[in-house]
Ligand binder design. Structure first.
Ligand SMILES: Cc1cc2nc3c(=O)[nH]c(=O)nc-3n(C[C@H](O)[C@H](O)[C@H](O)COP(=O)(O)O)c2cc1C
Ligand code: SF4
Length: 447
């Protein structure tokens, strides 16, 4: 049986109730850390486990913690990023709804490791029902002595506060999040300085994703070596993948990193294959910000090796023939889906969510949206496709935060792999704009 860390006990009992969570060994890592490990030893364990940030970038969690400025004399903060607004990504929501204490337990141990006495959960405003769940869980943890002054009688104290955002995707970017948490408009900051040195209120801060923090109790309880044996190579542990689109069974799955993409899509244990007998055309494997892959490059790398759900395998081939694991938002398209329409839809989102600080992102996303709309509605010309390519190229790498890249990559990858579909819209406008029009010329890529 594949190892389960987050979802092992979900469904067996109502884990929002601390008594049930405690029956399954909940909060034991808090006692273990506070009684037997120094903060430095907790950091070392997490570093050795190979845990990488599950918010998208996949940076080593232990390494990030070790960068925290300990000499500034200012208080340190831990901030949990629960903004989760990336189209296609809905795994943190699931974890907080069904296992909120696992997040709190992970935050307590992580905050102890960072010597932080105040922690925040910055949560997407639309997740109002989760705010209620989390606040009740915090009250229960307080009542049992896992939060507050002198936790479990030890000289360590922590308070956790839930802070709702106002529904802006950009507030998931860690520095925009910190600005918003300080009560300002959520504009990303120029880095460096990084939050580990200049974070919340100018103090040393670690920002981590919900899933990252929720993995910490298992690592402390079972040891870094045990965690490092799950997964493949530098992709250790398990990962939550939210699967949506044209598969039979959409939902949130916990996989061991290293699972072949083909098995994830077609086996009954996971997505159960394509819905309605249709064929696999493409997939965005890591949330809307990562490059789309056509079916033949999704199941196998350019070298003919099986594509695996790992940071390395999904990136194999760079952006020419690869993509990214990202946040694990797995969007699957069948052969009847229009790649031009999909790209236009994503670009509309990025245009709407751009904070407007940098010209390439502010102007470029709006420009790309207009051109894509033109092509999609049969009013485009061939030069528009080259113009789109040129605009995305000028956005990538030229902005304050990665939202610019996130807006450029879907456009670049759609043109790279599905250019013939853009051209077909230009040369067959009458057919392309008919309701339910299907372009089937890309048979090479359909599986
Ligand atoms: C536009 C944008 C939106 C983001 N949204 C989220 C988010 O909702 N949740 C998240 O954990 N990370 C998000 N990130 C990544 C964060 O900036 C940051 O890297 C992450 O929270 C770090 O946590 P980790 O190291 O545990 O992955 C976003 C980044 C960008 C550029
Ligand atoms: S890249 Fe876009 S979202 Fe990010 S700071 Fe610049 S304008 Fe704002």
């Amino acid at each position: 049986m594949p190892q389960k860390i987050f979802l092992e006990h979900t469904g067996k009992a109502d884990l929002t109730q601390i008594e049930h969570y405690l029956k399954f060994g909940g909060y034991s890592s808090v006692a273990k850390a506070l009684n037997t490990l120094t903060p430095e030893e907790v950091v070392a364990e997490v570093k050795k486990s190979g845990l990488r940030g599950r918010g998208g970038a996949g940076f080593s969690t232990g390494m990030k913690w070790s960068f925290l400025d300990k000499k500034s004399g200012n208080p340190a903060y831990l901030v949990c990023n629960a903004d989760e607004s990336e189209p296609g990504t809905f795994k943190d929501r699931y974890l907080m709804e069904f296992n909120p204490h696992m997040l709190l337990e992970g935050m307590i141990v992580s905050a102890y490791a960072l010597a932080a006495n105040t922690a925040y959960i910055y949560i997407r405003g639309e997740y109002w029902y989760l705010i209620d769940i989390l606040e009740k869980a915090i009250a229960q943890a307080h009542a049992k002595g896992f939060l507050g002054k002198n936790i479990l009688g030890k000289p360590y104290s922590l308070e956790i506060y839930v802070h709702p955002g106002a529904g802006a995707y950009i507030c998931g970017e860690e520095t925009a999040l910190l600005e918003s948490l300080e009560g300002k408009r959520g504009n990303p900051r120029i880095k460096p300085p990084f939050p580990a040195v200049y974070g919340l209120y100018g103090c040393p801060t670690v920002v981590n994703n919900v899933e990252t923090l929720a993995a910490v109790p298992w690592i402390i309880n079972n040891g870094s070596a045990a965690y490092a044996t799950i997964g493949i190579g530098a992709s250790t542990g398990t990962k939550l993948i939210s699967a949506c689109g044209n598969v039979k069974k959409r939902g949130v799955y916990e996989i061991e990193l290293g699972l072949p993409v083909e098995e994830f899509i077609f086996s009954d244990e996971y997505c159960g294959g394509m819905a309605n007998g249709k064929k696999l055309k493409a997939c965005v494997p890591g949330g809307s910000s990562v490059p789309v892959l056509p079916a033949h490059l999704l199941l196998k790398t350019e070298k003919g090796e099986p594509r695996l759900l790992t940071y390395e395998s999904l990136a194999d081939g760079g952006f020419k023939t690869g993509s990214m694991l990202g946040s694990g938002g797995f969007i699957v398209y069948d052969h009847e889906q229009c790649m031009v329409r999909n790209t236009w839809n994503f670009t509309r989102f990025y245009r709407h969510e751009s904070c407007g600080q940098c010209s390439p992102c502010r102007e470029g996303t709006g420009w790309m949206e207009k051109i894509l709309y033109k092509i999609e509605t049969g009013k485009g010309n061939m030069a528009d496709i080259d113009l789109l390519w040129d605009i995305q190229r000028r956005i990538e790498g030229n902005t304050i935060c990665p939202l610019g890249d996130a807006a450029a990559w879907p456009v670049a990858s759609a043109i790279r792999h599905f250019r013939h579909e853009f051209e077909w819209h230009v040369t067959n406008p009458a057919e392309a704009t008919k309701p339910g029009a299907v372009y089937n010329g890309n048979l090479l890529s359909v599986v």
